[in-house]
Design a protein around this ligand. Structure first.
Ligand SMILES: Nc1ncnc2c1ncn2[C@@H]1O[C@H](COP(=O)(O)OP(=O)(O)OP(=O)(O)O)[C@@H](O)[C@H]1O
Length: 475
């Protein structure tokens, strides 16, 4: 257990650092109210916050800074930090932290000047035990586990690879790179790895971070000339999960820092897991050295789930909410809501709310009623012109090439793709599709549909491009 002096010194130091880093208004609103709300309990720095909104705000915006500040006092290794809503236990007054001495000016009408914070912190005699990490610190959603993830054709390869990485972090595939469209379960899958590792090895230092947050951390380190602390913190991790790596595009300094971090972690056998909406070499604006490194391990796709898998997801989510969802209703929803799993979840929430509100069991008819506007927008017919334009833009060719006689592969393949998508997304007959593509024969359209179908079976890249285009056209 920490002594009062150590607790005070640690928190006073954190407050001091935050005060220097933040605008006075931010410090006064979010941090100053916590000046008397920290306590060290069994090696964990517990910070009590007044309510849930505060908790979310501190967690999302300031926890990283608090960690870094605390790490400074603890020889570079941050302590466990726990945020909790409510008051600190009153039976441990000796461990309470002293408030910073306030010297605020009164009644100026201007935003308050930040109050200087008490004394610089001497290093505590005993280093915090930073071995364990809680969900707050790891930034993992405890509900994102392998158990709650429905498996199907769309994600079975990705899940198997993820499981292998979770069982042998740093050993099998490094980095593991998961790519796929919006809302298909990339975050869920990689967090399942984090949760699994944590469950089997609570000592492992795991950190999930969205790429945008990493960019912010680099900017802050740059502004405050604190790259040493930044490096110390990130380089001390055992498992690093970075979501939506495409956000690094155009951020050269971030890419440079990440390059060093990547090398350091890999060299010391630590596991890196990344996600993106595309495979590395399709992320335009990513430095070549990163593109090649991201391809060193294993790259796995997550595709949009097929109807049966969407039904299974709905039933599983409903069960978790103790909601009785009729299988016919689940089928109806799965058939009509096809864009992504997040949309599917949204639809389920609506149906559950409707059921509670009307106090009725949900039938297909009442589901139609509950989802009327979603279904109306989903049933919007996609036009052949829209498909041609979307596909042409995607492959960076001219729309006119959809009608032309050119037969080079870079033109012919996108055109076949557009024909196959038109067959799938519209009610048009084969001859009508042929007409819309420069007066081609219906056998040419049939051939195109079969060719694309074959490619989708045999070529992972083509399969992914097809599903991305489907998603774009359906959204
Ligand atoms: N196979 C699945 N089984 C159960 N739930 C799933 C599955 N796939 C996705 N979900 C759920 O769908 C929601 C969206 O998933 P998630 O946030 O992981 O998607 P994403 O691919 O990371 O999206 P984005 O690209 O927007 O970050 C989450 O609530 C997740 O739990």
């Amino acid at each position: 257990m920490q002594t009062k002096v150590q607790t005070e010194a640690l928190w006073a130091h954190c407050l001091n650092e935050l005060q220097q880093s933040l605008a006075a208004s931010q410090f006064n609103i979010w941090i100053k109210p916590l000046a008397q709300s920290a306590q060290v309990v069994d090696g964990t720095l517990v910070i009590a916050v007044p309510n849930q909104i505060f908790l979310q705000f501190i967690r999302d915006r300031y926890l990283g800074m608090i960690e870094m500040a605390a790490a400074k006092v603890c020889d570079g290794v941050p302590p466990h930090i726990e945020l909790k809503v409510g008051a600190l236990p009153v039976n441990k007054p000796a461990e309470r932290v002293a408030a910073p001495q306030s010297q605020e000016s009164v009644g100026s009408g201007e935003p308050e000047a930040a109050a200087p914070v008490a004394a610089p912190a001497p290093k505590p005699a005993k280093r915090f035990d930073a071995a364990g990490s809680n969900h707050e610190l790891m930034r993992l959603n405890p509900g994102h586990t392998f158990d709650t993830l429905v498996t199907g054709k769309a994600n079975q390869v990705a899940r198997a690879a993820a499981m292998q990485v979770a069982e042998n972090p740093g050993v099998s595939y490094n980095p593991l790179f998961v790519y796929g469209g919006v809302g298909l379960g990339k975050t869920h899958l990689i967090q399942a790895i984090g949760n699994f590792v944590h469950q089997h090895n609570p000592q492992a230092k795991i950190r999930y971070i969205h790429a945008e947050k990493y960019v912010q951390d680099v900017v802050k380190a740059y502004q405050h000339k604190s790259f040493d602390d930044f490096k110390k913190y990130y380089h001390s991790l055992d498992v690093l999960l970075v979501d939506d790596i495409q956000f690094f595009v155009g951020k050269d300094r971030t890419q440079e820092e990440f390059f060093y971090l990547f090398n350091a972690l890999l060299e010391s056998g630590k596991q890196i897991i990344l996600t993106s909406d595309k495979i590395p070499r399709e992320i335009e604006g990513l430095q070549e050295r990163l593109t090649s490194r991201f391809s060193w391990g294993l790259i796995v796709p997550i595709e949009p789930p097929e109807t049966e898998m969407r039904v299974a997801i709905l039933l599983k989510k409903a069960e978790a909410e103790h909601f009785k969802l009729d299988a016919n209703v689940a089928f109806f929803m799965a058939k009509n809501i096809r864009s992504n799993v997040r949309e599917l979840e949204g639809a389920l929430k609506r149906v559950m709310a409707y059921s509670r509100f009307t106090n009725q069991l949900i039938t297909v008819d009442s589901a139609k009623e509950a989802l009327r506007d979603i279904l109306a927008s989903g049933n919007r017919q996609v036009s052949v012109e829209n498909i041609q334009k979307t596909v042409a833009d995607f492959y960076k060719i001219k729309v006119a090439d959809m009608h032309s006689k050119k037969r080079t592969r870079d033109i012919a393949r996108p055109r076949q793709m557009a024909m196959a998508l038109t067959k799938e997304l519209t009610q048009m007959s084969l001859p009508a599709i042929g007409d819309a593509f420069g007066g081609r024969d219906h056998t040419t359209v049939l051939h195109a549909c079969r060719t694309i179908q074959d490619f989708r079976q045999s070529d992972q890249e083509m399969a992914h491009q097809y599903s991305v285009l489907l998603q774009m056209l359906r959204s």
